[in-house]
Ligand binder design. Structure first.
Ligand code: HEC
Ligand code: HEC
Ligand code: HEC
Length: 436
């Protein structure tokens, strides 16, 4: 109730501020045009391709089974769904009429060529920190994609959120350039990592909490967030990860998969997949910076891995243990690493942050959807149990895993959450994506 009243109060204040500001914040349309040959030189395009992978452009701008960069994927927000647009150079439906100046304004200020304010579901609050040469390389890459004629899907947003001039007010209140730290004690790789993480790779867009109007809370950067119905773990000292994250583990995790900590399964998966086409030193740079984030912020209640004996006389635990022994132990007790020549076997579930999460969503979602193998390449695989296990079996299994592998006590509302999530269709992005 209190939260709702605050939301309505804030919404009203915001509306008034915005209406006044919108009038003063009108942005002009920029003249149509296209790239000059020098702007799309091959080395620019090659550089832009790597940057596009590190900015995860395809994970939003390519729809499931859609043509590359032709738009269509919906970005879920608490206000409704916002669809990524077609950024191929089709003149009618894409960005074919964008000059470098118009593209730069879109990337850094969130204003399209015609002068309309764009929703921050497009992470321009991070891209605002991109350098001129990097924006130019991204432009070269986008303008040399195959033009696709595809109208952007209409956003599913209720009024007043559907009224774009409001975004001028939002920007006034919340839009600040990203803070890219510099520290004379750190080396070049760390600084490169800081630039990537804060600007291009926008890690905080998912890993930081957002306020009631969807803006990232800067003072709580990297203390965890939400993405597509998943809990997003903190990347700071409040992380509940049972094993600490160091630079070497992070490098392996971000490049592919780490045998000890595990691998990405949910919205982090497209991030890791996109790294496949990125030079290894860029990934090491990211890891070098992110490793230092884990030293920041207030400490959480981190405890090392636990693996507790379960009472033999509890019938629910006995049912969970039986499912675990039959369905999971074959992989999750194989010791980790490429044991016996079998790649991608995994280590104990006691090493997973997932079982230390404040709620059971990530565990239920990975059980429902599994981890699909990559197309055309080996990679971690886990079967989907969404139709194999009943909601009751899933609940017993989850309660058992939590009790055995976490010291944090049972998850609240476990049964209801399992039933809610099992009812929904599998997440469309559950299939591994091919690289951009
Ligand atoms: C998290 C999802 C997401 C990512 C990642 C993302 N975009 Fe977008 N982008 C969007 C959405 C959503 C819109 C439309 C916003 C709106 O309608 O207000 C958009 C709009 C745009 C526009 C304006 C296009 C137009 O139709 O006028 C450009 C240009 C653009 N994106 C380029 C990029 C580039 C280049 C990258 C990678 C560096 C990128 N985007 C990454 C979600 C994303
Ligand atoms: C065929 C092998 C295989 C089987 C069987 C299997 N898993 Fe997995 N599981 C994996 C792989 C591979 C991963 C991804 C890499 C990792 O995290 O180690 C994974 C990841 C996970 C994760 C971590 C996901 C995350 O986002 O942190 C959990 C939790 C999990 N599995 C639980 C289970 C449970 C419970 C079962 C039994 C119902 C099961 N797995 C069965 C192979 C398997
Ligand atoms: C689209 C949202 C999104 C973006 C962008 C994103 N992450 Fe994640 N990340 C997640 C989610 C959700 C998880 C939880 C596990 C999963 O999805 O498999 C996660 C898990 C992780 C983990 C594992 C933490 C743990 O304790 O298990 C690390 C490390 C991580 N992300 C680092 C990064 C870095 C570094 C970046 C930027 C280069 C980044 N993430 C960008 C959503 C995101």
């Amino acid at each position: 109730m209190v939260r709702r009243r605050i939301a309505i109060g804030l919404g009203g204040a915001f509306l008034l501020a915005a209406i006044g500001f919108a009038a003063a914040s009108w942005r002009p349309a920029l003249a149509p045009g296209g790239p000059t040959p020098a702007e799309t030189a091959p080395e620019q395009v090659r550089k832009g391709a790597v940057l596009a992978s590190l900015g995860y452009c395809a994970s939003c701008h390519t729809a499931e089974d859609g043509r590359p960069y032709a738009g269509g994927r919906g970005v879920g927000t608490p206000f409704g769904t916002i669809y990524a647009t077609n950024i191929t150079p089709d003149p009618e439906t894409g960005i074919g009429r964008y000059t470098l100046a118009a593209f730069t304004r879109a990337m850094r200020e969130g204003v399209d060529r015609e002068g309309r304010h764009l929703y921050p579901a497009f992470p321009y609050t991070h891209y605002a920190g991109l350098t001129d040469p990097d924006v130019a390389a991204l432009y070269a890459f986008a303008m040399t994609r195959e033009p696709v004629r595809a109208e952007a899907k209409a956003n599913a947003l209720p009024f007043p959120f559907s009224w774009r001039p409001l975004l001028a007010g939002w920007k006034l209140l919340f839009f600040r350039e990203p803070n890219i730290p510099a520290d004379p004690r750190r080396d070049a790789a760390w600084h490169r990592g800081a630039y990537l993480a804060e600007a291009l790779s926008h890690c905080g867009a998912c890993h930081s909490p957002r306020n009631l109007l969807g803006a990232e809370v800067r003072t709580k950067a990297y203390s965890g967030g939400e993405a597509d119905g998943w809990w997003v773990p903190p990347l700071d000292r409040s992380s509940p990860a049972p094993l600490p994250w160091g630079e070497a583990d992070l490098t392996r995790y971000l490049a592919e998969w780490d045998p000890l900590h595990g691998g990405a399964a949910g919205p982090m998966r497209p991030v890791v997949e996109a790294h496949r086409t990125v030079p290894a030193d860029e990934i090491r740079a990211l890891a070098s910076y992110v490793a230092t984030l884990y030293g920041r912020g207030p400490a959480g209640s981190r405890t090392g891995p636990v693996d507790r004996a379960m009472p033999a006389d509890d019938p629910a635990f006995a049912r969970g243990a039986a499912t675990y022994a039959g369905a999971c132990a074959v992989c999750h007790e194989s010791g980790g690493g490429a044991a016996g020549g079998v790649p991608y076997t995994t280590s104990s579930l006691g090493h997973r942050t997932t079982l230390r999460a404040p709620d059971p969503r990530n565990l239920i979602l990975v059980l429902r959807d599994g981890i699909a193998p990559r197309e055309h390449a080996p990679g971690p695989i886990m079967p989907a149990y969404g139709t194999t296990l009943t909601p009751d079996q899933t609940t017993d299994l989850a309660a058992y895993l939590r009790a055995r592998f976490s010291p944090d006590g049972p998850w609240p509302r476990l049964g209801e959450t399992v039933r809610d999530l099992m009812r929904q269709a599998p997440r469309p992005g559950a299939r591994a994506e091919s690289a951009p």
